[in-house]
Design a protein around this ligand. Structure first.
Ligand code: ADP
Ligand code: MG
Length: 706
């Protein structure tokens, strides 16, 4: 047994099915919301606390509160067989009457738990209904003699359909028993200074909160785990840097300007000053005999694609290949189409490589896909160097893809990819420059820490002539006015997006909402061609819908957030976002960025369903008041609550599970300095362990490291 890595630690990287009570069904539910490994279960922290210490008089109980009562069971009202009504049990005590309600109850269960004439402790959420006090499905029913079996404080976890609080608690309780005795990895001085508990103690404490204060981000247990995660993240960044820059020799990619000059001459517009400046920064970096690791930040519509293409062409001029990696197929196809159109006058081929079996090469100014070119053909062309530019999804990362001479990898929307994948990608060639593009401005206060290992280029200007998008915030009862307004706009030949929120790609309800909205709009707007696009459609169908909208055959595109990033239809000038209160700021900004991409005045209608929380209201007001992505990014950081809204992943704020960057910003710098120390003073196995525990997607790597 390695002294620094107890063998039992592998229990944490076992599949959740190794936990008691977890079968394949529960495991697949956990997979959706929590993760695949035991460690993922442990990282799933409670977001609230139920306090069962409240024992009010039945007479003064308040609606919706959690309360515990000692009652006498008086009477059962069992529904006759075949009759669909709830099973009721009438109880009382000295302070009043309480009705317990069970839907679809097993008769035996209720009668065994609540025998007539006996006293029981019941605890759960109380509802007042026509003057009666009711409790549906109490959380706990116990004889008073077993009162100590009822927990006073119970953690509340983020859930998903089918996953109950009880199940998740039971699963976590078992996962906690799997934590081995681990050597401390944080420096003793840091531990002491903050009064932090050990990893195992911290994990137990966060899952068994005793007071509301234990749930605060500032509690020692939470802060410690947050620090662990930030430290691991800093280490991962250091590793990327090290593997990319220090261990592999860089190469100078010095363009002669032959191709880029032609590109510039063929553009129907001038470069913005910002584009020209950033292009110069990048070209200079490319020409240096070291690997480039750069982040290109620019607000939506600032023209990043052109800048990326320029860098790719510089690589070509220097005799190497370039690849552009997009987060989704839709975006890969779109980038491919855009680049193909830009390169048509230059007679340069662009390959497209998607998932297994879908690949295209287009050649020599041809404007349509040539689907006959096989995936194998594209792979061969990349391997023998006859194809210089390729666009693709993460299929490009697969081991099968070989390049003759890859010089530059551009990764679009970098936060969608794990660090690990970035490393992998960097290894596709030995001298590969990496440039990540993000459409979401990163708050200045974070850029130097969380992304400090990348050099930065910022596009902080939009092409001239772009008007700010006129944004309005409206309650959902104004929907008819909105539709009437749309009808007028369509008569003027305008094009619009209608966005329905989507909680999870697999969420049937949300797909249904989008379909219903589509049907309703088609009905109310009989003269308008409406298209529908959502994530559960076959890629071909969705592409058809997008294409119809792009070509103008459809004037209205009803969509879930599949259009969120990068979809570029300059003629679209209106975007309606339903349930805007369910989106995060960064995602709203992304969505809004689908319009305002031409010289015409665009508008954005944010429709909310009340009542709005203070934070939601503030968020919508920020959207109304500014179009500046950098301002929005700062506000996003200020206003975010843990796991509170959709689309956190779209934000430029790095994703953490244990750390909350608005609360733990102070720990970031510390993590950065400690990472330096750790890196120089620890062995690989300890480093791997830390990455595996706290960096998502790292568990596999740990297992592989044996
Ligand atoms: P981003 O990816 O940053 O959101 P894009 O690269 O998609 O932005 O560019 C947005 C739109 O602006 C595209 O239609 C593109 O052709 C156009 N564009 C890019 N650069 C300029 C420029 N300098 N002047 C005018 N339009 C431009
Ligand atoms: Mg783009």
């Amino acid at each position: 047994m390695h002294p620094k890595r107890p063998a039992e630690i592998f229990q944490l990287f076992a599949a959740t099915t190794s936990l008691s009570g977890v079968g394949t069904k529960l495991a697949s539910l956990l997979e959706k919301r929590v993760g695949h490994y035991v460690i993922d279960v442990l990282r799933h922290l409670p977001i609230g606390l139920i306090d069962r210490s409240q024992r009010p008089l039945l007479a003064d109980v308040s609606d919706g509160s959690i309360a515990t009562f000692n009652v006498l069971v008086v009477k059962h009202d069992r529904p006759p067989r075949g009759i669909r009504r709830p099973y009721r049990v009438f109880c009382e005590n000295e302070t009043g009457a309480l009705e317990l309600i069970f839907f679809h109850a097993h008769d035996d269960f209720v009668s065994k738990q609540l025998p007539i004439g006996e006293r029981r402790l019941v605890s759960g959420r109380v509802e007042l209904f026509q003057g009666r006090i009711q409790m549906a499905h109490p959380d706990h029913i116990l004889p008073p003699s077993q009162a100590d079996k009822m927990p006073i404080f119970e953690p509340v976890y983020p859930l998903t359909a089918g996953l109950t609080t009880k199940t998740i608690r039971r699963t976590i309780a078992d996962a906690l028993t799997r934590i081995p005795d681990l050597p401390e990895w944080i420096a003793p001085s840091v531990i002491q200074q903050h009064g932090w508990p050990s990893f195992a103690t911290a994990m137990r404490a966060v899952h068994f909160p005793q007071t509301a204060a234990d749930l605060l981000h500032t509690s020692p247990a939470r802060a410690r785990l947050a620090f662990d995660e930030l430290l691991a993240n800093q280490l991962a960044l250091k590793m990327v840097r090290q593997s990319a820059v220090e261990t592999t020799p860089g190469r100078s990619y010095l363009g002669d300007g032959k191709i880029t000059r032609k590109l510039k001459a063929s553009l129907p517009f001038e470069l913005t000053n910002s584009q020209a400046r950033v292009i110069e920064e990048i070209s200079k970096d490319q020409s240096l005999p070291k690997r480039m690791l750069r982040m290109l930040q620019g607000d939506v519509g600032s023209g990043k694609t052109l800048v990326a293409l320029w860098a790719m062409l510089t690589t070509l001029e220097a005799g190497a290949q370039a690849a552009l990696l997009a987060p989704t197929e839709v975006l890969a196809r779109q980038h491919h189409a855009t680049i193909q159109a830009l390169l048509a006058p230059l007679e340069i081929e662009v390959g497209l490589l998607l998932g297994q079996g879908r690949s295209t090469v287009t050649s020599k100014g041809q404007n349509d896909f040539k689907p006959s070119t096989s995936r194998k053909g594209t792979l061969n062309a990349l391997a023998n160097g006859t194809l210089s530019i390729v666009v693709g999804t993460h299929a490009l990362l697969s081991e099968m893809v070989e390049f003759k001479n890859l010089g530059l990898a551009v990764v679009d929307e970098q936060h969608r990819f794990g660090v690990r994948q970035r490393i992998l990608f960097g290894q596709k060639g030995t001298h590969v420059d990496v440039m990540v593009m993000t459409a979401t401005p990163i708050p200045r206060s974070l850029a130097m820490t969380a992304y400090g290992d990348l050099d930065h280029s910022r596009l902080d200007e939009k092409p001239i002539g772009r008007l700010p998008i006129d944004t309005r915030v409206l309650p959902s009862d104004r929907l008819n006015d909105v539709i009437a307004g749309l009808a007028r706009a369509f008569r003027e030949g305008k094009r619009a997006y209608w966005i329905c929120p989507l909680v999870e790609e697999s969420d049937k309800l949300d797909i249904a909402a989008a379909k219903d909205r589509y049907a309703a709009l088609e009905h109310t707007l009989p003269n308008v061609c409406v298209a529908l696009a959502h994530g559960k459609m076959k890629a071909g169908e969705r592409d058809n819908a997008m294409r119809a909208f792009r070509d103008g055959a459809a004037q209205l595109l009803v969509a879930t957030t599949v259009v969120e990033v990068g979809v570029d239809v300059p003629e679209a000038s209106i975007i309606v976002i339903e349930h805007a209160e369910r989106f995060g700021l960064a995602q709203l900004h992304q969505l809004r960025g689908r319009v305002g991409r031409s010289a015409q005045q665009s508008s954005c209608l944010l429709i909310y369903q009340g009542p709005l929380s203070d934070t939601s209201l503030k968020r919508l007001n920020v959207m109304r008041d500014t179009n500046d992505g950098f301002v929005i990014a700062e506000q996003d950081l200020e206003l975010r609550g843990p796991g509170e809204f959709l689309g956190q992943r779209q934000s430029g704020i790095p994703e953490f599970v244990l750390a909350d960057l608005s609360a733990h910003r102070n720990l970031l710098m510390l993590a950065r300095t400690e990472a330096e120390y750790f890196f120089d003073n620890s062995d690989t196995s300890q480093l791997n362990m830390l990455l595996s525990l706290f960096e998502r997607d790292s568990a596999v790597k740990f297992l592989a490291s044996g």
